[in-house]
Design a protein. Structure first.
Length: 167
């Protein structure tokens, strides 16, 4: 059984991990939609406006799922999809000639790899005990472990009268 400390740490980790994605959507991509789509076009992203709408959707759905701990693994996969594409298009250090810019892009690339590792941990291990997913799992276990008499509708015992109504 998970301890209260484990639950708290897992919740804090989810909040910290999701914060960057939600802040990116709410604080940058949505209010700066036109400028962001133009920048995406400059970086070679195909169909930048459509890609930006998809990115915002992935960021919001994934970030909220991780914070709530509801459909956490799916939310983490959404964010991994976003992170992989963003890293490829915007932190392609291998194409940069200037050594100082290449170093900066390498750091940004590695930062995204580290964040991806955190997301993979959520996919592998789930959100922890303080989450909607864990609550659903606990409820399911309670129902499955309940005696059969509590799982099925009550049936009259042998010898009891049942009432029927004539049509």
């Amino acid at each position: 059984m998970a301890t209260a400390l484990q639950g708290l740490v897992a919740l804090c980790a989810r909040l910290m991990l999701a914060a960057i994605f939600l802040a990116s959507a709410i604080g940058n991509k949505i209010p700066q939609f036109q400028a962001t789509s133009e920048y995406m076009l400059q970086q070679g992203v195909p169909q930048p406006k459509l890609a930006l709408v998809g990115a915002i959707g992935l960021l919001l759905l994934g970030g909220l799922a991780i914070i709530a701990g509801a459909w956490t693994r799916i939310g983490a996969i959404f964010l991994l999809i976003f992170l992989t594409a963003a890293t490829y298009y915007f932190h392609d250090f291998w194409t940069v000639a200037d050594s100082s810019i290449r170093q900066l892009q390498t750091i940004q690339f590695m930062k995204n790899v580290a964040i991806g590792g955190g997301l993979l941990s959520l996919v592998a291990f789930g959100p922890g005990p303080w989450s909607v997913d864990a609550w659903i799992d606990r409820r399911r276990e309670e129902v499955e472990s309940a005696p059969a008499s509590q799982q099925q509708a009550r049936v009259p015992r042998t010898g009891q009268k049942t009432t029927t109504t004539a049509a």
